[in-house]
Design a protein. Structure first.
Length: 480
């Protein structure tokens, strides 16, 4: 979730390069590597997570590998009472669901680093800074929407957003919704905010995997306890207009994702080391449940515009010595799934929005990153890619893929002979097929560790135009 992970989606490791890296010399990492060596696959991952949580050291999670290290990170973040632990991220752009972020805190003064003019954006950008939620609406200057909120998530139509606010009684996040109207002639926006649901209603401390319905009237969310059961418990549906809510599953909620017509929700339960992954469908009203694949080590799914689900899965091997191939499937909501392809050593699938293009990683001397058609056919290895390469996400039109390579940002064209092309600025998210959002930390006082973020719109030809500055930055969300 990004707390939603978002966003979130999203959250996996950058593998080490050829030269030794400092994290490998960390005493916690070395002790974990020694204690967990030789264990069967599931026990091996569970052992790594136990060490990471005990030491509260996110670097230990790097040992888990690219399929499950985000699960390990989540366990560390939820066990942490110190926000600085959650800030030790080695996955660019990740917003952790950190328990320490939601404990009672003193109000943070609103940033004074806001410009008076914003350049035109092709959509709406919402973000949190200093405990306040801000918005930029199609070229208008940044404005404060509300105070005391975190991790905003815009509805598909961009007219409302959900956010989190700590419960005064429990110091845990409640889910709120706010409708807003921003007129160019007015200095402030009209906002109507109201509480929806929280731990007091569903009996679990945290919220995960939130997804908007296409009509913007309902959110689906998974709730659970700390660490081990964070994606394996309840699935709830919340009507953001009436405030009504219902529990539709009491186990296996996973990460919800609505179909384009809003009739179905795909549920992706990640492998955690304590519970096997699975992929299933549930009717949007909770009336029908359809299991699809079980006992999975890895799974990435995406709804296509025609309402068909495509999925890349890796089944869990019986022994650590066996490596299972990846399978690509096309899953209609009515009828049986159809296998599209089987690809040895493949994982980390990323489809473009229209489903016409696919990126994935595979152990290949010609290049680890591969670009293919949406069904896995006619693939090509990306020149220069290796075990340090990670696919970030496709541009809206599916022509370009943002890539992390050796902790630097690149893009890849979907045309013939794909290669890594450096980006002029650190990538955050795509705005359109030609430009992206970039956020850079600028140090103001090295001794005190003070600084600020500068957020800009950057183009692939190297141009950059400043948008705003903020002393802190969290929960960026964008709608075209």
């Amino acid at each position: 979730m990004r707390y939603r992970w978002f966003s979130l989606l999203v959250l996996l490791v950058l593998l080490a390069g050829c030269a030794p890296q400092p994290w490998k010399q960390d005493p916690d990492v070395q002790a974990t590597k020694q204690d967990c060596a030789g264990l069967p696959q599931g026990e091996h991952y569970a052992c790594i997570e136990r060490h990471a949580v005990t030491s509260l050291n996110p670097d230990v999670c790097r040992l888990a590998g690219m399929w499950v290290d985000d699960m390990c990170l989540q366990a560390v973040y939820e066990a942490a009472d110190d926000p600085s632990i959650c800030d030790r991220l080695y996955l660019p752009g990740v917003v952790p669901n950190c328990h320490a972020y939601y404990t009672a805190r003193s109000p943070t003064p609103t940033s004074t680093l806001v410009p008076t003019i914003a350049i035109p954006l092709p959509g709406q950008l919402i973000y949190e800074s200093g405990g306040d939620i801000w918005i930029i609406v199609r070229g208008q200057p940044p404005r404060v929407l509300l105070t005391d909120g975190s991790n905003p998530d815009l509805s598909p139509d961009g007219n409302r957003f959900v956010f989190y606010r700590a419960s005064p009684e429990l110091s845990l996040p409640d889910l709120w919704v706010a409708d807003f109207t921003c007129l160019a002639a007015q200095a402030t926006c009209q906002v109507n905010e109201r509480r929806l649901i929280g731990p007091a209603e569903f009996g679990s401390p945290l919220i995960y995997g939130l997804a908007w319905s296409p009509d913007g009237r309902t959110v689906a969310l998974t709730t659970g306890a700390h660490a081990k059961t964070f994606y394996s418990k309840d699935l709830w549906l919340v009507n953001v207009e009436t405030g009504d809510y219902q529990q539709v599953l009491d186990d296996g909620g996973g990460v919800p994702d609505y179909s384009p017509d809003g009739a179905w929700i795909a549920l992706n339960m990640p492998y955690t080391g304590y519970q096997h992954g699975h992929l299933s469908l549930i009717a949007a009203d909770g009336s029908s449940y359809r299991p699809l694949f079980d006992d999975l080590l890895s799974c990435e799914g995406k709804w296509l515009p025609d309402g068909v689900l495509v999925a890349g899965i890796v089944r869990l091997a019986q022994t650590a010595e066996v490596e299972m191939p990846a399978e690509l499937w096309r899953v209609p909501v009515v009828g049986e799934p159809v296998r599209l392809a089987t690809i040895p050593t493949a994982h980390s699938f990323r489809w473009s929005a229209d489903g016409q293009r696919l990126a994935y990683l595979a152990d290949d001397p010609a290049g680890w990153l591969h670009i293919a058609r949406g069904d896995g056919s006619v693939e090509a290895a990306v020149s220069g890619s290796d075990e340090r390469t990670w696919p970030h996400g496709w541009s809206p039109g599916g022509q370009l893929l943002a890539v992390i390579h050796d902790e630097q940002y690149f893009f890849v064209s979907a045309g013939p002979n794909p290669a890594l092309i450096p980006m002029a600025a650190p990538f955050w998210l795509w705005l359109d097929d030609d430009s992206y959002l970039t956020a850079e930390w600028i140090t103001d006082d090295p001794q005190a560790g003070r600084g600020h973020f500068e957020v800009s719109r950057a183009w692939l030809d190297g141009r950059r135009e400043f948008l705003f500055a903020a002393e802190s930055l969290n929960g960026l969300a964008y709608r075209p």
